[in-house]
Design a binder for this molecule. Structure first.
Ligand code: Z5A
Length: 232
């Protein structure tokens, strides 16, 4: 009998500087795979060969004079490619997609940080995404000072990491505002705690995800055995 695969789930990770997204992304990935979820891990800006080239341009400190609008448009150019080449086809095949940052980052960084009116961002969001949204967004929240301290240990700073504390305060506030506006989609993780405690909070969210994917409204018939990584 031919079985039609249910659509996968799109889970995004968000947060400011040094919030621990990358560290915990691997943890979430391992836990979901252990539960048998077919998973594709990706990131923004990036996620496709074209998107990774755009990422290089966006993060390069040599482009210090980039205008806010140019930055915004490049984010959405990379996102359009990512959506159509990777995210939507993967979800249609039944794979879940776990993505390090998505459009909430645009509202936080280009909106909160750079001060672009959210109405202008929404025009591009509607154009590129046509209503498409993550199924769940994990917001790793922590005090800016602590995040900068953690991130500062990593070496050379990219164009965003060179911003001042006030910029990251605005980013944090914009993220929290997004979460307040859409409490059903967001789960706020207190990322200022020790790693083991952060992962305890994640365990609850992962459990929720797995349980809901088995429920009657399941879109999670995409259970299988492996994982795919994007390596560009
Ligand atoms: N950007 C944008 O402006 N607009 C957009 O629409 C999008 C993105 C999509 C690149 O993103 C930049 O793009 C980003 C916003 C902009 N710029 N900034 N800033 P990115 O996600 O690639 O870059 P990032 O924010 O710098 O994330 P990251 O490098 O992946 O860092 P992280 O995930 O937040 O943290 P981490 O690397 O996992 O952890 C940082 C350190 O802290 C590390 O040494 C860990 O071992 C340590 N750590 C982590 N958790 C803990 C705990 N709990 N305790 C102690 N130490 C910890």
């Amino acid at each position: 009998m031919h079985q039609v695969k249910a659509r996968g789930r799109f889970i995004t990770l968000e947060g400011g500087e040094g919030a621990g997204k990358s560290t915990n992304l691997e943890y979430i990935q391992r836990r979901l795979q252990k539960a048998g979820v077919v998973l594709h891990v990706s990131r923004e800006p990036g996620g496709t060969p074209l998107g990774e080239k755009v990422r290089e341009v966006l993060l390069n400190p040599d482009h210090a004079g980039m205008s806010s609008d140019a930055e915004l448009l490049l984010m959405f150019a990379a996102r359009a490619q990512h959506l159509h080449q990777v995210i939507l086809p993967d979800l249609d095949k039944g794979s879940w997609v776990l993505c390090d940052r998505f459009t909430d980052a645009t509202y936080a960084y280009q909106g909160g940080g750079r001060g672009i009116d959210s109405k202008r961002i929404r025009v591009l969001e509607d154009w590129v995404q046509e209503g498409f949204q993550p199924d769940m967004t994990l917001l790793f929240d922590l005090p800016v000072e602590l995040g900068m301290k953690r991130a500062g240990k990593r070496g050379a700073l990219d164009r965003f990491e060179q911003e001042q504390e006030i910029f990251f305060e605005q980013v944090r506030e914009a993220y929290l505002e997004r979460a307040r506006q859409d409490p059903e989609r967001f789960r706020i993780i207190d990322a200022g705690q020790e790693l083991a405690e952060v992962q305890q909070q994640l365990d609850d969210v992962i459990e929720e995800l797995i349980t809901s994917s088995r429920g009657p409204s399941s879109r999670g018939q995409s259970i299988f055995k492996g994982s795919e990584y994007l390596k560009f």
